[in-house]
Design a protein around this ligand. Sequence first.
Ligand SMILES: [Zn+2]
Ligand SMILES: [Zn+2]
Length: 150
Amino acid sequence: MAQEYQGGCRCGQLRYRIAQDGPLLNYVCHCLDCQKSTASAFADQLIVMTDALAIEGRSMTVEFPRPAGGVSTHYHCPDCLSRVYNLNSVRPGMAIVRAGTLDDPSILEPFAHLWVKRKRDWIAVPEGMATFDENPDPAVFMALAMARRG
Ligand SMILES: [Zn+2]
Ligand SMILES: [Zn+2]
């Protein structure tokens, strides 16, 4: 029986449910693009398969061509402008959901920190955490994620 997690934008108009087995796959990215797009120190993200993700409500999209190829499409609530998730044309079937939009983000524990060379000095990464100076090799990254899932 799959577990269900729920979340949504700040105003509650754009909502989602995630139905999957095992813990949510949470990672943190400290890159400068993530700092800009969150207007914060880092991005707190969830890897969710799109067949486990059910969306309700209206969304507004913004497309970003990626330097490595492909287009990242970001889904925002058009009323409160929270960014809730994004899809990437080079990774069909996989959504990246903003972890801070979960109704109960206190359950999360990241499995990796990316772009730690851009990390703010005051952020302490827990000992034993998988860290990468920049983007990890996708196969290495997904193996880490699947190990967390168990
Ligand atoms: Zn909203
Ligand atoms: Zn990033």
